[in-house]
Write a protein that binds this ligand. Structure first.
Ligand code: GLU
Length: 506
């Protein structure tokens, strides 16, 4: 590649960024970083009717949370700004006019009602109305009217749009990095609107002009934009500009059944489709986010990377840096990528176990505070070390390890029934006596002592260990029991045994 790679993520701020959008951003980021290029954020907000308060901020925060910040964009000016299309409004008109001058575009005055009537008439005959070469000479536009008429209409302030004049009888040969060669017959294309008399360009014109002015070399975007590729290609040609390379990413499909993944699938099956929680500014409705649901960005990024791409090896866990090294657009799949919420959990579990216990302890401390528990950071870290492999989320650490912080408030009835038999009280009292004589409460030492005592008594191992676990934990769960005793200490261990004896006396 001769010129510096420059890619852009160009979302419209119409609501929270769907995880499909995050994947598009991620692939752009990986491609840019792999090639030492720039990752640009451009906000495509030309459609003011669909603008949603807070959406841009949400996009920026989402990228930052995922660890894929943009190099250039709103607030990070690098000479190609402004990066919001609404602030570039004045740039587009001259380009629309250039196309009129070169004969590649024309003014059209058909009103919305007139176009609607055409559509209805066609429908009545079982046809579809397309505004293009086969009828444009008969419609109300600068191709069908005299110069005088046109001048008069423009001067009198009649509403118009500027349409692209798509050619007749041409076979366009397009290229897509993922899909290969694509041929499009121009006869099926309609003359898309490029500019409206309210002074706003449409997506197509603004997108092409900006990609050109911002020196974008690769356009990596969702498959839903593939139908626009022919028009974009023709626009570059009409302007005499070199087109960037294109890569259209596969759709993200529902976990079950057919069709694109929607928010409804997430609501139904209980998983978020947004990176961060989103509160709709109008309705106040809250949509779940991966961050608030306790996922780590590493897990979400790893999951998204595999949603439509694979490295061609067995390796499944990748840090962002590793992804950057191996990512190739050529390895992106053509077919839709089925979303699998369980896979996200699986990645999360992996990163949970991998995560430094000190970092987890900091997060867990907040959970503990909510439970009214105060503990030393060193102690919390030690606990996390013992239980993190049993947890998927930080929140789970409480269920897996509350007994390191508080005495069990109840005894799991089924477990207690299984563990606490008629002779258990006596056994536990004897064990308490044994332990109270111990000054060394280190797990290994305790294990030695208790094991020897059990052997001496000639009782089954479970007859002691199960009720002891009930006493210390409240249920038949948790890590090594001697370690628990060591951590909570002698006094607490003895208290818990006494409490269980009193509560479970049968
Ligand atoms: N504004 C478009 C979107 O919302 C951008 C499409 C493109 O990347 O060309 O996805």
């Amino acid at each position: 590649m001769s010129s510096k790679v420059r890619v852009r993520f160009a979302p419209s701020p119409t609501g929270p960024l769907h995880i499909g959008g995050v994947r598009t951003a991620l692939y752009n980021y990986l491609f840019a970083k792999k090639h030492g290029g720039d990752f640009v954020l451009r906000i495509e907000d030309t459609d003011q009717n669909r603008y949603v308060e807070g959406a841009e901020d949400y996009i920026v925060q989402s990228l930052n949370w995922c660890g894929i910040p943009f190099d250039e964009g709103p607030g990070k000016e690098k000479g190609f700004g402004p990066y919001r299309q609404s602030e570039r409004k004045d740039k587009y008109r001259e380009f629309a006019e250039k196309l009129i001058a070169s004969g590649d575009a024309y003014y059209a005055f058909d009103t919305a009602d007139e176009l609607d009537a055409h559509r209805k008439n066609h429908e009545a005959e079982g046809k579809t109305f397309i505004y293009n070469w086969h009828n444009r000479e008969k419609l109300k536009n600068s191709l069908s009217m005299s110069q005088e008429e046109l001048k008069e209409k423009l001067e009198s302030g009649d509403e118009y749009v500027i349409r692209f004049k798509s050619p007749k009888d041409e076979l366009l040969k397009l290229k897509d990095i993922i899909r290969g060669d694509i041929e499009i017959d121009t006869n099926i294309l309609d003359d898309k609107v490029l500019y409206k008399s309210d002074g706003m360009p449409t997506y197509h014109l603004a997108n092409i002009v900006d990609d050109h002015l911002m020196e974008i070399t690769h356009v990596i975007r969702g498959e839903e934009w593939l139908p626009s590729l022919a028009l974009h290609y023709m626009l570059y040609r009409a302007f005499g500009w070199q087109a960037p390379e294109f890569a259209h990413l596969p759709l993200i499909m529902k976990p079950q059944g057919k069709g694109k993944l929607s928010k409804r699938d997430g609501d139904k099956m209980g998983f978020p489709v947004f990176p961060l929680e989103w509160k709709d500014p109008k309705s106040g409705e809250i949509s779940a986010g991966y961050r608030e649901d306790g996922y780590f960005p590493e897990a979400v990024v790893n999951m998204l990377a595999f949603l439509g791409w694979n490295p061609g090896t067995e390796q499944e866990f990748f840090s962002l840096e590793e992804l950057t090294n191996v990512f190739e657009l050529e390895r992106v799949h053509k077919g839709g990528a089925k979303f699998d919420p369980e896979k996200t959990k699986w990645f999360q579990q992996h990163y949970m176990h991998e995560k430094d216990s000190g970092i987890l302890a900091e997060k867990f401390e907040k959970v503990l505070e909510e439970k009214g528990v105060n503990a030393e950071k060193v102690y919390i870290t030690e606990v996390v070390d013992l239980i993190k492999e049993r947890a998927v989320f930080v929140e789970d650490l409480w269920d897996q390890g509350y007994f390191f912080f508080i005495s069990p408030t109840s005894f799991e009835p089924k477990d207690a029934k299984k563990a606490w038999k008629e002779d258990t009280n006596n056994l536990m009292q004897e064990l308490a006596n044994l332990l109270s004589a111990e000054n060394n409460f280190e797990a290994e030492h305790l294990q030695e002592k208790v094991k020897a005592w059990i052997k001496d008594k000639g009782v089954g191992f479970g007859k002691v260990m199960m009720p002891l676990r009930i006493a210390l934990v409240g249920a038949l769960q948790g890590p090594d029991l001697y370690k628990i005793a060591e951590m909570i200490g002698k006094e607490e261990t003895l208290n818990r045994i006494q409490k269980a004896i009193i509560s479970l006396d049968s």
